[in-house]
Structures are given as structure tokens and as C-alpha cells.
Design a protein around this ligand. Sequence first.
Ligand code: IPE
Ligand code: IPE
Ligand code: MG
Length: 250
Amino acid sequence: MDHKSQINIDNLPSHVAIIMDGNGRWAKRHGKPRIFGHQNGVKAVRETTEAAAELGIEYLTLYAFSTENWNRPKLEVNALMSLLVETLRKEINTLMENNIRLKAIGDLSKLPSRTYQALLEGMAKTASNNRMTLNLALNYSARWEINNAVQLIAKDIEKNVLQAADLTEEIFNQYLTTKDIPDPELMIRTSGEYRISNFLLYQLAYSELYFTETLWPDFRKEHLYQAIIDFQSRERRFGKTSEQIASNKR
Ligand code: IPE
Ligand code: IPE
Ligand code: MG
């Protein structure tokens, strides 16, 4: 069935964030080493990015590597970092053709220098594209991000750039890696795991969460459409009552 036609274009999430999970299990099911799953996850990234841009979603954040992922076998980490460089280099032209800006969040300078350089090049080249922002969470964890924000704030208070009493939520937001990006309205996790795994803990405060059993390498445009249709069927109350929401709509 064609799900795309069921999407209400006037009620799109402006920011969708995805925990791309299940590559290893996908590979295992195919009797292959884990890295085969990561390689096949690239197609899902391509499809999802394309579908999001076509719909008119403004920001797509993909959790590609967590700070905890360094604890995986060295062989897998190295292969993932090489795959990232290779994919960034290969896909930049497609991003240019589609007017998509590349951005990244995380402790980026601690990435291997080849990966970091490829990322910087990609971001610089696509910097003035404005159809959609593809935001990669790389060497990212929310606790790192919040700790980092607090450190930056402490420094600004020491330097008298900021007064502790002036620290509002709006100003706090400016110290997060997502400072120019709205909070995700929709967060998707694939592979049937029901957890956040240190992803955007602060920004997900009021996001709608969508979990699917689909393993990331199998994720296609249709799966994104289904998640958005599900999102559109929900009532987002932000602490209010259902009656208040209904009367505002009238
Ligand atoms: C997600 O797939 C990709 C990364 C975390 C880099 P996994 O590699 O976590 O796959 P599973 O969860 O082991 O199946
Ligand atoms: C979360 O997936 C990180 C990414 C998708 C990059 P993991 O597979 O690392 O999460 P846990 O450790 O199972 O929670
Ligand atoms: Mg996993």
C-alpha cells in the first residue's frame, strides 16, 4: 500500500531523529560478519535521507556512532570509521545535487583524523545548501553533551560573559551541540530495542517515540512514511488536557 499519500504534509515533524540499530543482527541472519551489516546500512541511510528531503522534513539526525561504541572490538571500530570516510566521500555529490547540508554533533575532534577530515570537508562543501540538514551524531552521547555544556557555561560565568542568574532554558540550549536545531518531534529506533542509549536526552523531552522491529539495513522509505503516519495520529498534549487541545483546534 502507498503510505506516502496518507501523510499530511501540513503536519510534518520538522526534525526526525533516528537510532539506526540492528546492523549486527542483520549480518548474523545473513551468515555474515557484523561489518557486512554496517555496509548494508548505508543504503538505508541513503533511502531515508532521500525520503525525508522529498517530504520536506527540515532536519534529519542519524545516530551513527556513540561514545560507548568505542568499547566494541577494535576491528569493528576501525571498519566503521573507514566506512564512514568512504561513504562521506562517495555521497557528497548526491548531497550537493539534492541541496542537502551536512552537519555533525558529538565530540568530533576525537574521531580518527581521516574521519574527522572527511567530515569537515563534507560540511564545508555543503554549508550553503538549504533544502534539508542531515545531522550525523558521531562520537556522540547525551551525557557527554550535557557535561560539555555545563563546562562551557562555567567558563563563561568565570569570564563574566554570563551571569548564573541569567541562565534560562533558552540560553542553556545555546550551549548544546544542537543549538541551531529545533528539538526532534519524532524519534525512531529500529531493531526492536526499547531504549534511548544516551541519545539526545535533553532534546527528546517531548518527542514522540516510535519503535520498529525492522533492522536498520532493511529500513526503506515506506518505513519512514509509516513512522510519520503513526506520529500524525498522536495527540501531543505538552502537559495540557485532551479537551484543551481539542478546543484549540476548533
Ligand atoms: C547499529 O547496529 C550501528 C551502530 C551502533 C554503529 P549495531 O551494530 O548496534 O547492530 P546490533 O544491535 O548489534 O544488531
Ligand atoms: C546505539 O546503538 C548507538 C547507535 C545506533 C550509533 P547501540 O547498539 O550501540 O546501543 P546499545 O548499546 O545496544 O544500547
Ligand atoms: Mg545495536
